[in-house]
Design a protein around this ligand. Sequence first.
Ligand SMILES: Cc1cc2nc3c(=O)[nH]c(=O)nc-3n(C[C@H](O)[C@H](O)[C@H](O)COP(=O)(O)OP(=O)(O)OC[C@H]3O[C@@H](n4cnc5c(N)ncnc54)[C@H](O)[C@@H]3O)c2cc1C
Length: 79
Amino acid sequence: MTDIPHVVILGGGFGGLSTANEIRNSLSSSQVKITIIDKKDWFMVGFAKLWIINGTRTFENSIGHLNELEKKETTKHIL
Ligand SMILES: Cc1cc2nc3c(=O)[nH]c(=O)nc-3n(C[C@H](O)[C@H](O)[C@H](O)COP(=O)(O)OP(=O)(O)OC[C@H]3O[C@@H](n4cnc5c(N)ncnc54)[C@H](O)[C@@H]3O)c2cc1C
């Protein structure tokens, strides 16, 4: 058990990921723990959906995996 602040962010979309990145860019993992909670384990930029619909891209090559957050010492929790 540590006594550093623990920031829990609900939603790993644009708002949640930007918030986590801003906090982590300012404070190291020894200063603050960050957890992102989402119902899915991936992120997609909204307009990529249009490319999927017209067949320019696939779903798989349009998403980013929230597992990547661990490189930034941010924990994810999938509901
Ligand atoms: C096709 C399309 C094109 C767009 N193009 C642009 C653009 O060009 N420029 C622009 O500025 N904006 C654009 N947008 C809008 C932009 O995507 C949104 O404004 C932005 O995503 C809002 O960010 P947010 O963090 O509030 O929500 P979101 O990015 O939607 O994130 C919310 C997160 O919360 C999670 N969540 C929600 N409910 C629950 C729950 N009950 N339990 C667990 N997790 C939950 C979701 O899974 C999601 O990951 C576009 C949107 C779409 C759909």
